[in-house]
Ligand binder design. Structure first.
Ligand SMILES: [Zn+2]
Length: 226
């Protein structure tokens, strides 16, 4: 347990001594606070325990461009805290726990998938954050289930506003035709991976791009549903 905890206490944002030193300095001036309020932890052992106990409440529905959409639980409580820490605070060590939830939910769907594709992050977000959280989840799940994962088969072709700030209708317009998929998906059944689904407009738009490129079927799987 100890190595697991230490991996979660500090975000894994870089391996060079300079970035390690930078993180140490930042933590010294602005001590991290876990979402439960514990100071000096980005995600504390108590919260990790709670996350591991958090029940799987899979929900599987069928959609429009998406043939099926599944999520591992409601985006609330410890699941929300974990996703936020993973996404915004650099606690990338949570990837295996979140991917395990994805894997367990996927097993309940009985979908037959050829390829995993993570939802691409906007270039600007990627620059700010340094990593795409959906790509990490997709890669991790791929390692566990053996289905290949390709993040280079789909990209954003224009900048979009952050979906979280928009209403349902605005979200749909915001991501309209924002994605482009490679012809390499032709004839394949694709599983799209994202951290959270809210209205489903991003996943649906990704599915439309994949279908345009010739994908046979597209499914969506997320950790949380808002
Ligand atoms: Zn905590």
């Amino acid at each position: 347990m100890s190595h697991l905890e230490s991996g979660l206490i500090r975000p894994d944002t870089g391996r060079s001594w300079l970035s390690q030193f930078g993180n140490w300095l930042i933590d010294l001036i602005f001590p991290p606070v876990c979402s439960c309020g514990r100071v000096d932890y980005h995600f504390c052992a108590g919260c990790l325990k709670e996350l591991l106990r958090f029940p799987l409440e899979s929900r599987i529905v069928s959609g429009e461009a998406l043939k099926g959409l599944a999520s591992t639980g409601i985006y609330d409580g410890i699941l929300e805290n974990a996703i936020r820490s993973f996404k915004y605070d650099g606690v990338t060590g949570l990837d295996k726990h979140l991917a395990e939830r994805l894997q367990r939910t996927y097993e309940q769907t009985h979908w037959s998938i050829d390829l995993i594709i993570p939802v691409p992050l906007a270039e600007k977000r990627l620059g700010e954050r340094g990593y795409n959280q959906s790509e990490m989840l997709g890669a991790r799940m791929s390692k566990d289930c053996g289905i290949p994962c390709r993040s280079d088969f789909m990209r954003r072709i224009r900048e979009t506003d952050q979906q979280a700030r928009l209403s349902g209708e605005q979200r749909m317009a915001n991501v309209r035709n924002a994605f482009e998929a490679s012809d390499a998906v032709k004839g394949l059944a694709i599983l799209l991976i994202d951290d959270v689904v809210t209205t489903g407009s991003t996943l649906n738009e990704c599915a439309r791009a994949l279908k345009r490129a010739g994908a046979r079927a597209v499914y969506g799987l997320t950790v949380g549903r808002a």
